[in-house]
Design a protein around this ligand. Structure first.
Ligand SMILES: Cc1cc2nc3c(=O)[nH]c(=O)nc-3n(C[C@H](O)[C@H](O)[C@H](O)COP(=O)(O)OP(=O)(O)OC[C@H]3O[C@@H](n4cnc5c(N)ncnc54)[C@H](O)[C@@H]3O)c2cc1C
Length: 455
């Protein structure tokens, strides 16, 4: 039993809202926990961790519920849910923000952009800040301001024995190193503190779109063009069938397209100059749609929301590559042309810039030197056609296998220990295992991209 004074809601099988409460973003995940404990504050988290440890049941930790493989819900165990903890406090003078673990990215942007400030984070507003940050955090501002963890100043955390700790560069620095990329392995973070940086609020951003048949030509132009673009520009190349959304003209909907989605985190006029070569000679022919325009950053952040709603069935295979070689480009174009589902869309993120200026060993995050990260995503409305999309995603991933350099831990499914080690590299993985032995020797926090304690 949780303590009498536990303040949050407790949901169990048979409760009227149980089926709603056990749901997460990925509709293909269907698990039935014995208890969902909604925590309203640190005291609830301490209670819930102690209870879970004593019960011997498996424990899942949920903040935004966006884990690709659904590790934030479990069968027959306990879900510690942080979603009621939504406080955000910006200090515009110190240029810092404190955000509790249940905050979603759109909520953080709303508060920070009120002051023309921002934390670099992900590209969909309903993603949870907690899981994203603990894995690293990539998004539209990363080449200018780094990963989300590169702006992290400190965390409050509850460890496996229910102890409350702070971690920062000065306090428990080893733990602070580990949680910057090592995921939820070391404890439950209840609150984050970030440095803020100036942004917009208006930025030049949006997609420039061509028919997918132009993919190989576009990618060859793109790889040369990005070699000397400034760090203010972050892009992602997306292949998909054009979605049925307001901003896509009806005649283009459902047609296979390739788009370069841009965000320029600097003066709009400067961005227009940087983007000119892409727009004018990207494939040698004019784009079929160009939605890259000055707009509030928060509007750009919401652009992908309709493409990744809650409840669809999603499957992912991901990898980093150094460069878009001819071989990488040709395999990508070839497999993209075979996409069947109108909902499947896969981004290839451009890395580099500020990410690569932080040393590989300064944080647990692995792969700062990679050029691009592929997030190959097969999506369907439900079970119908899902197996075919999985097969397609695996096919492209396998075709790229000779070029894989690593993988971003937040983009992994349940792929086994070897893949988790690949995300960090052997040396850092050993260091993370030592750290895990110190902070969670019994591996209470194991429903994650698990780092087993060193023996
Ligand atoms: C639609 C969508 C868009 C995405 N876009 C991006 C993107 O642009 N950039 C990017 O980097 N990633 C992106 N991701 C991946 C994302 O970073 C991970 O899915 C991340 O785990 C989501 O965090 P969450 O809090 O929503 O997830 P949850 O499912 O709640 O948590 C995932 C895992 O994180 C751990 N965890 C969660 N909360 C805590 C906590 N408070 N303390 C300790 N551990 C915790 C647990 O191990 C849990 O299993 C995206 C995911 C989705 C579904």
């Amino acid at each position: 039993m949780l303590s009498q004074s536990f303040r949050g809601r407790q949901v169990r099988p048979g409760d009227p809202s149980y089926d709603e409460d056990r749901r997460i973003w990925n509709g293909s995940v269907d698990r039935s926990p014995a208890l969902i404990a909604y925590c309203t504050g640190v005291a609830d988290v301490i209670d819930a961790v102690r209870f879970a440890a004593a019960s011997g049941l498996s424990l899942a930790v949920r903040s935004g519920g966006h884990s690709f493989p659904g590790q934030s819900v479990c069968d027959d165990g306990i879900v510690i849910d942080l979603s009621p903890m939504r406080g955000i406090r910006v200090d515009p003078e110190a240029r810092t923000v404190r955000a509790q673990a249940g905050v979603l990215l759109g909520e953080l942007d709303r508060e920070t952009q009120a002051f023309g400030l921002a934390v670099p984070a992900g590209i969909v507003t309903h993603t949870g800040l907690a899981g994203l940050t603990l894995g690293g955090g990539i998004g539209w501002l990363m080449r200018k301001y780094g990963l989300t963890i590169d702006q992290l100043l400190s965390v409050d955390l509850v460890t496996a024995d229910g102890t409350f700790l702070k971690a920062s560069g000065d306090e428990n620095p080893d733990l602070f190193w580990g949680i910057r990329g090592g995921g939820g392995n070391f404890g439950i973070v209840t609150e984050f503190e970030f440095r803020l940086n100036p942004l917009g609020p208006v930025v030049l951003a949006g997609p420039v779109v061509w028919p997918m048949a132009e993919s190989a030509r576009l990618l060859r132009f793109y790889r040369e063009w990005i070699t000397d673009v400034p760090d203010e520009l972050t892009t992602a190349v997306v292949h998909r069938k054009a979605p049925s959304v307001d901003y896509v003209p009806s005649e283009l909907r459902g047609k296979p397209v390739v788009m370069v989605v841009c965000c320029y985190a600097g003066p709009v006029e400067e961005g227009q100059e940087v983007l000119r070569p892409l727009r004018e000679s990207g494939t040698g022919s004019a784009p079929v749609l160009d939605l890259c325009a000055p707009k509030p950053f928060t509007e750009h952040q919401a652009m992908f929301d309709p493409s990744f709603p809650h409840g669809r069935w999603y499957y992912f295979k991901s990898c980093d590559v150094d460069r878009l070689t001819d071989e990488v480009i040709d395999r990508t174009a070839e497999h993209a042309a075979r996409i069947v589902s109108p909902l499947t869309a896969f981004p290839i993120f451009q890395l580099g810039g500020a990410i690569a200026r932080v040393g590989e060993d300064e944080t647990a995050f692995g792969g700062r030197g990679a050029g691009h990260t592929f997030n190959i995503n097969g999506t369907t409305e439900g079970a119908d056609g899902f197996e075919a999309e999985r097969t397609w995603a695996r096919g492209l991933w396998s075709a790229l296998a000779p070029h894989h350099t690593g993988v971003y831990s937040n983009f992994l499914m349940e792929e086994g220990e070897e893949r988790v080690e690949q995300a960090y590299g052997a040396q850092k993985y050993r260091r993370l295992r030592e750290l895990k032995r110190r902070y969670d020797p019994g591996n209470l926090f194991r429903l994650n991209q698990n780092i087993p304690p060193a023996p």
